[in-house]
Structure formats: structure tokens, C-alpha cells
Design a protein around this ligand. Sequence first.
Ligand code: 1HE
Length: 271
Amino acid sequence: MTAPASSAEFAELPPTLHAERRGARGEVAVLKLVRAEKRNALDDPTVHGIETFFSALPAGIRAVVLAGEGEHFSAGLDLAELSERDVFAGVEHSRFWHRAFERIEFGTVPVVAVLHGAVVGGGLELAAAAHVRVAERSAFYALPETSRGIFVGGGGSVRLPPLIGTARMMDMMLTGRTLSAEEGHAIGLTHYLVANGEGLAKGLDLAHRIAGNAPFTNFAVMHLLPRIARSDPAAGFATEALAAAIAQGDEEAKARLKAFLKKRGPKVARS
Ligand code: 1HE
């Protein structure tokens, strides 16, 4: 279902991005890379647009689906823009990507990435910043930076090792190895594997489920879980205890617990 909300509600985006709201109350936003003629290569205006979009989501949006138009999710960094940058400009450019993708990973709402075709270089780094990844069987993953004589610069060396392991990332970078959709799923890079053409529907279904969670719980999962996982266990247990106490004190949690006890809340179902 598409909500009647107009794209004018969103921050101004470059022509390479398209945003719309979905769901009965427009609670899910879909952000699409729409530069299919360049295989959704990420030029500066597009990366800036991603940062702007996630920094200024309209009120009422509780989850985002990130997808790509055309045959591929994204061919990564726009190589045409790389030509004459000096060393420090390169540092600033990488930091600019970091800021933009940080707005996804540690933004205001969970993000479901829907992947198909090439998910390579900066495109894979973009996908890694999302919270849940759905892949169509056409998807393939690679880090061709090495073959271009460059290095990952969009946060890949931080976000990919926890997902797929440092050794596997090393192999992908050193040998130029491409992973298939099935391999990506088997190693936990993606959470769901679906038939070609079914990714967006699956992504929307998951986003609507996420949008129905208590906002504090979504916040804790996005912002606290990864930090607890990286901290020492003593700090992790203390943070977890605080988060658990705050969550259960929330009115939303109390209402949901009461509903279950009165046989009105959902039961856990077999998959
Ligand atoms: C591009 C880009 C791009 C395509 N920058 N223009 N990324 C890469 O090294 C991947 C480079 N791209 C490819 O390997 C292939 O294009 C694909 C496998 C993704 C798709 O192949 P295909 O046959 O469908 O398309 P194509 O014919 O190769 O490309 C169509 C057009 O898109 C063509 O332009 P045209 O004007 O000749 O039509 C291509 O030049 C253009 N195009 N990919 C610019 N990446 C923050 S650091 C991140 C570092 C990285 O991301 S490095 C990895 C870069």
C-alpha cells in the first residue's frame, strides 16, 4: 500500500535518489538509488543526498527500505570522480562517506537493504551500514578496490569484518573473489535470500514488522546492541541492565505486556 504522502515531505534529494512513503500511515520510507544507467555508482551528490535523507526523516517514519533501480544495487564509488584527488582530499572524501553511512547505522530508525545484481565496493559498504539485508538470487558481492589500486573508504574495514570475518574480507580484497548470493547468505552477510524480483516485497514486509516495534526497543537494538557487543563484558552487562530497565518502564512495554497476559498479544509462531 502506498501512502498518499508526497516526496515534497522529504529533504531535497539529488535526481539519483527517489524517496516515497509506504504503509497505511506512511510509516515506512523507501529510498531508491535511481542511477541505473551508471549502475547506481555513488557520486558525491548521491552520498550527500543519503546523508541528508537519513538526517531529516519526516515525522512518523519508523523504518526505511533501501534499494536500487535497474539491474544492480550499486557499482560502488563513482570512479569518474576519483581521478585527480590529492591525499588529504582523499581523507576528507572518505570521512564524508563515513558521516553519511553513520547516519544510516546510528540514525533514527532501522534500515532494511534490498540487494540484487552487483553489490560491490562502496555499494557493499553502503549495504553493510543497514541493519537487515535481503538479497535476491541475482546478487553478487565483491571488493574490487584492490584491482583499482585503492582501498575501502566507506567504512568497509570497520563494518564488514564483524559480518563476514577479517580473513574472508582479506581474501575478497586480495584475490578479487566474488561471492554469490548463496555464499553471501551462507556466511551471514545477508539475512534473507529470495527469488529475483521478490526483494522489495520482502524488504517492505520486514520494515513494516520493524515499524510495529516499540520505538525504544528499536533504538536500543540499533544503538546499544552493537556497542555492547564491542565493549568489555562488565560494561556490557551494566548497559544491558539499564536498557532492560528503561524499556520495561516505558508505557508502550507495559501496554504490550498487559495485552499478552489478557490473551490479546501475539504469540511467538513457528517459522
Ligand atoms: C560506472 C561504475 C562506477 C559502472 N563508476 N561509472 N566499483 C567497481 O570497480 C565496479 C565497476 N563496475 C563494474 O564492474 C560493472 O559496471 C558492473 C559489474 C557493476 C555492471 O556491469 P554492466 O555490464 O551491467 O555495466 P557496464 O557496461 O560496465 O557499465 C554501464 C555504465 O555504468 C558505463 O558507463 P557508460 O557511460 O559507458 O554507459 C560504466 O562506465 C558505468 N559504471 N560502474 C563510474 N563504479 C568510498 S571508497 C569505495 C571504493 C569503491 O567503491 S571501488 C569499487 C568501484
